[in-house]
Design a protein around this ligand. Structure first.
Ligand code: NDP
Length: 277
């Protein structure tokens, strides 16, 4: 029998997940159907209950339900615990297993698709929202020289830095700061995990924040050369990336978790890439 999976969100029309997972199922020969589920804002639990009752095996979770999924789960993976948010669910009997693959997807994209190592590098993450929370542990596991979180609301950056420091077995230095503290600092990798790009804005970054040979990585995808990537270009950065690879890699991690086989992501990334011009 065909196994059923879905992505749940509100709105959900824009989601690329059905396209991605259907492509993965084809290349791996897995018999599954993957659809979009629009849940009313206050009925996440009932909507997931109904999907499970109809035989659903797993779900991806997108905005605004990542915290609802966290509360709904019975078994949280460490990635989901540190993130305080869930982006993938697996249903087995009464159990609801929960993961957050956003961060691991980001790191896989940087390492495997872009060929850029994080070990020993100075890493700056802009923003202290859900995407940053998911990214911290996977980044720390790569053993960077230091990890700095910069955020408009400085207290949130400091709070996340303290949280990350606690679960940081490698003993990497983690700091939370404000944008004005960036003067005189430079980094080998700058991740833009703010939502500023979604409204064509960019936080106040000094050009000097990009070290020679730096990678500028925009987590948003499909937007071409965002104001952040334009700023990086002005600073002389030539290694630019957006989050399309992260999207494909987190999907591949979920697929592996559900189906036991890891699909190759290259064709999906190529089909979804919007040129950075
Ligand atoms: P959240 O809403 O959880 O967090 C947004 C963050 O952006 C906050 O830290 C907020 O600061 C900051 N911010 C928003 N506007 C501005 C601004 N104008 N100037 C400075 N800081 C600003 O968002 P998410 O963490 O869920 O998503 C962040 C980005 O990551 C989005 O672009 C999203 O599309 C992308 N993303 C990409 C994924 C992928 O697969 N490629 C997966 C998940 C997310 P403050 O705390 O001060 O409000």
């Amino acid at each position: 029998m065909t196994d059923r999976y879905a992505v749940i969100g509100n709105p959900i029309e824009q989601s690329k997940s059905p396209l991605i997972h259907t492509a993965f199922a084809q290349v791996t020969g897995q018999d599954l159907a993957y659809t979009k589920v629009l849940s009313p804002l206050d009925e996440f639990g009932q909507t997931v209950d109904a999907f499970r009752a109809a035989g659903g095996r797993g779900m991806n979770v997108t905005a605004p339900f990542k915290l609802d999924a966290f509360a709904y789960a019975t078994d949280l993976a460490p990635s989901a615990q540190l993130a305080g948010a869930v982006n993938a669910l697996k249903f087995e009997g009464d159990k609801v297993f929960a993961e957050n693959f956003d961060g691991v997807g980001l790191v896989r994209d940087v390492l495997h698709n872009l060929g850029f190592q994080l070990q020993g590098r100075r890493v700056l993450v802009m923003g202290a929202g859900g995407a940053t929370r998911g990214a911290l542990l996977p980044i720390l596991m790569q053993g960077p020289a230091e990890l700095v979180i910069v955020n408009r609301t400085v207290a949130k950056a400091q709070e996340l830095a303290a949280l990350a420091q606690k679960s940081n077995a490698a003993g990497v230095s983690v700091r939370g700061i404000g944008y004005e503290d960036l003067q005189g600092e430079s980094f080998d990798v700058v991740f833009n995990a703010t939502s500023a790009s979604l409204t064509a804005q960019v936080p106040p970054l000094p050009l000097s924040v990009f070290a020679p040979g730096a990678l500028a990585y925009e987590l948003a995808y499909g937007k071409g050369l965002t104001p952040f990537l334009q700023l990086a270009q002005q600073a002389g950065v030539t290694r630019l990336a957006d989050g399309v690879g992260m999207l494909a890699e987190q999907a591949a991690e979920a697929f592996l978790w559900w189906r036991g086989v890891r699909p190759d992501t290259r064709a999906v990334i190529d089909s979804l890439t919007v040129p950075l011009v």
